[in-house]
Structures are given as C-alpha cells and as structure tokens.
Write a protein that binds this ligand. Structure first.
Ligand SMILES: Cc1cc2nc3c(=O)[nH]c(=O)nc-3n(C[C@H](O)[C@H](O)[C@H](O)COP(=O)(O)OP(=O)(O)OC[C@H]3O[C@@H](n4cnc5c(N)ncnc54)[C@H](O)[C@@H]3O)c2cc1C
Length: 386
C-alpha cells in the first residue's frame, strides 16, 4: 500500500518556494563575500539592509505591522537556507525572528507592538541580552539591577556575549528588580540603543561565526520608562524560558543548514578530486562516510522541522527543541569535520569553504544553552519524578 502521508520534512509548495528564494539569494549575494566577512569579522550594513528588503527580518510579524505574516516554521526555513551559505548571517536573522520578534509577539503590549514591530520588519535589528560574566548556564543568577524610580526603571550592570549588539537598535535586557527574590525578581525591558546610559562595549574576536557581532553591553544608570517592561514585572524569567525554548529550534536549523552546506561541498569535492586514477568518491570508504553524514543530516532536519511544526501547532516543545538543538549541533560538527577530512590538505586552509564551516559549527553546542543543559532539559522531561 502506498504511503502518501507527508513526512515532517515535506514542504508545502509556498514553503519550498520561500526556502529556495532565500537560498538563491544567499548563494548569489552572500556567498561571494563569506570569506572576506569572516576575515574582517564584520557584516556590511548593506547586507543587513538587503535582508530587510528580502523580507527575512520580520517573518512572523503580521502584515498589518509591515511583516511577512508567516509562520515560525518559515523562520526556521530561512535560517537553515542562509546557514548553508553563512551561519553568521543566519544567526543575525535567527535572533531577530526567533528571540526578539517572538518575545514581542508573545509578551508585548499593543502599544509596544505598534511601536517596534513595524520597525523590526523595516530596518531595526534586535538583540537579546540575558547572559553576564557570572551567569551563563545559570542564567537567572544575573546581577544587572533594575531600580524603580518615579515611573521609570534605572538599569545598571554588564551583559556579555550579545549577538547582533553591533547592529542592534533595540535590546531586550533582563535585569532583576529584587535580587532576594531569585528568578522571580527578573524583569525583561525593551531598551533602545540611543537610551542614555546604554553603551555597546568590547566586541569579541571569535573562533567561528566571526561576521556575527558578539559584544558586551554596558548599562550605567540607563533609565527606561515603566512602559518598556516586556510582559510583567518579576516574570522576565518566563519571557526568557519561553523564548529560549523556541529559539533553540532556530539554532538547530542553523546547525542543520551548516551541515548541509558542508555536505554539499564534500559531495562536489569527492567527485572532482582524483587519486589512484579515480575520483575519491568512487572509494567505498568515502561513500560510507558520506552515507552516514547524509543519514545524520536527515535525522537532524526531521528533529528541527518536527519541533518547529509542533510549535506552530501550539504544542509544548521543550523536549523536542532541546533534542533538535543538541543533535543538530553534534551533526554539524561531525559533518563539517568529515568535509575537512575529505578535502584533505586543501580543507585545512582558509581558501577552502569547509575550514570556516568547521569553526562555525562549534558554537552550536554552546549558545542558547550548552549541550549539557539540553541534556538536563531532556532528562527532566523523561524522568519527571526524579
Ligand atoms: C558567540 C556567542 C553568542 C552568544 N549570544 C548570546 C546572546 O545573544 N544573548 C545572550 O544572552 N547570551 C549569548 N551568549 C551566551 C551563551 O548563551 C552562553 O555562553 C552559554 O549559555 C553558556 O554559558 P557560559 O559561557 O557562562 O558557560 P558556563 O555556564 O560557565 O558553562 C561552562 C561549561 O560548564 C557546563 N555546565 C554548566 N553548568 C552545568 C550543569 N548544571 N551541569 C552540567 N554541565 C554544566 C557547560 O555545559 C559548559 O560545558 C552567546 C555566547 C557566544 C559564545
């Protein structure tokens, strides 16, 4: 009996067209600049403008607010497609859509949405500032203070590792109004870049995703009106947990796209490179390695798409998102490493595209919760009583 049920990896026609159009753009416009952006550790402002024009910076923003009015799943497709070419560009789009816009759509008041969503769809880059020097995995041990003072809040502290900080005009900043209350003191604030007392500090010089900016954020008596509280005072931990749970699916998509990009290079290379009088792809040892990589890749994509489709169906995705990120980031490292191996010596030098993807892969096991933290999340879901 023929099985006509579509798999999670089956894309609807409009999804397929959307993903192809993003990939074609990336292949044509971004690929020629990947190496120089990596070397310069910078992303040209014109490229960021192009991403807005392409419509990938406000994918879930309703059309009434100037966005594409599309699904979370479409954000995942865009991140995956961009990452096949450059995971640095992909993470800029990922943070914008799966963290910043996602948080505003879920937690923003009508006036906050009216004020920022049209700009986020048009020209405003967003960033998500949770981590600090003393609070990474233990994110809710953050020390940034928010002190209420006559209708506004004064923020003081230092955020570390903030993706998009160089380009961003809007930051979601997590701070505590009451350190004694632990996670229940944490509040999320919408802070515009030109707010007095906010400064973007040191930019990190990184191993991978070098064109993506990662900076310190310094808050020194930064005053924001109470109307800039995102969600409810003392419920910033919910904003963080819920957005990061879904954001992880985006990192899974970034890592799946990266693995696909590395795999594509490897497949081309093994057909072109000849040794012992034959294309190296004719050797069974090489074929088996690629067969395993293809299997890994398909499994990673299925986990990512499954989690994203469940999220759009309004179902809980805590376990599924953690599994997708955990597995896809491991696959990205394995497939990028294999691709370097299959390139031989030419995979070890900057002239090869796979050298960069190998470096880029490492971050997947670190940000938006390290692999150990994903395992902890999965374990809690499968052993709830322990
Ligand atoms: C390039 C980059 C971009 C980033 N972008 C952002 C951003 O935009 N916004 C933001 O807020 N943050 C961002 N981060 C921060 C990132 O989320 C943290 O680095 C990450 O959560 C890990 O925290 P940490 O670096 O403090 O490591 P630590 O928490 O110190 O972890 C170190 C090691 O200890 C392990 N470990 C810690 N606790 C446990 C435990 N309970 N059980 C088992 N193992 C444990 C970890 O798995 C890890 O291997 C970014 C980081 C980088 C490098």
């Amino acid at each position: 009996m023929a099985d006509t049920a579509p798999s999670f990896a089956t894309l609807a026609e409009d999804e397929r067209l959307f993903q192809n159009s993003v990939y074609e753009y990336a292949d044509r416009e971004i690929r020629p600049h990947v190496r120089e952006m990596d070397a310069a550790a910078a992303m040209p402002p014109a490229l960021v403008q192009q991403l807005f024009a392409l419509g990938v910076m406000g994918i879930q923003i309703p059309e009434s607010h100037g966005g594409a009015g599309a699904s979370f799943f479409n954000s995942i497709l865009a991140v995956e497609a961009l990452s096949r070419v450059d995971p640095s560009v992909a993470v800029l789009v990922d943070v914008q859509n799966t963290l910043v816009i996602n948080a505003l759509l879920r937690w923003g008041s009508a006036s906050q949405q009216d004020r920022w969503l049209p700009r986020l769809a048009a020209d405003l880059v967003g960033a998500y500032a949770l981590s600090e020097a003393g609070s990474g995995s233990d994110a809710f041990a953050l020390a940034t203070r928010a002190v209420e003072e006559g209708g506004s809040y004064v923020l003081t502290g230092r955020k570390l590792w903030i993706t998009n900080a160089h380009e961003a005009g809007l930051f979601i900043v997590f701070a505590t109004c009451d350190p004694a209350a632990g996670h229940r003191g944490i509040t999320a604030f919408l802070v515009e870049r030109d707010t007095r007392g906010l400064a973007v500090g040191h930019k990190e010089d990184k191993l991978g995703i070098r064109a993506s900016s990662t900076c310190e954020l310094v808050l020194d008596g930064c005053r924001v009106p109470a109307s800039h509280v995102l969600g409810v005072r003392g419920e910033g931990y919910k904003v963080a947990i819920e957005t990061l749970n879904e954001g992880r699916i985006g990192i899974g998509a970034q890592m799946t796209g990266l693995a696909q990009g590395a795999f594509d290079h490897a497949v081309r290379h093994v057909q072109a490179r000849r040794q012992f009088g034959r294309a190296i792809g004719e050797f069974q040892g090489v074929q088996f390695e690629l067969a395993r990589a293809a299997t890994d890749l398909e499994a990673a994509r299925l986990l990512v798409y499954h989690a994203a489709r469940m999220r759009d169906a309004g179902r809980p995705v805590v376990k599924e998102a953690a599994m997708a990120k955990l597995f896809a980031s491991e696959v990205a490292e394995r497939v990028a490493s294999l691709s370097v191996n299959l390139y031989g010596g030419s995979g070890f030098v900057k002239d090869s595209p796979v050298e960069k993807l190998y470096r880029d892969a490492k971050i997947g096991q670190i940000y938006e919760g390290t692999s150990n933290l994903q395992l902890q999340t999965i374990a809690k879901q499968i052993l709830p009583a322990v």
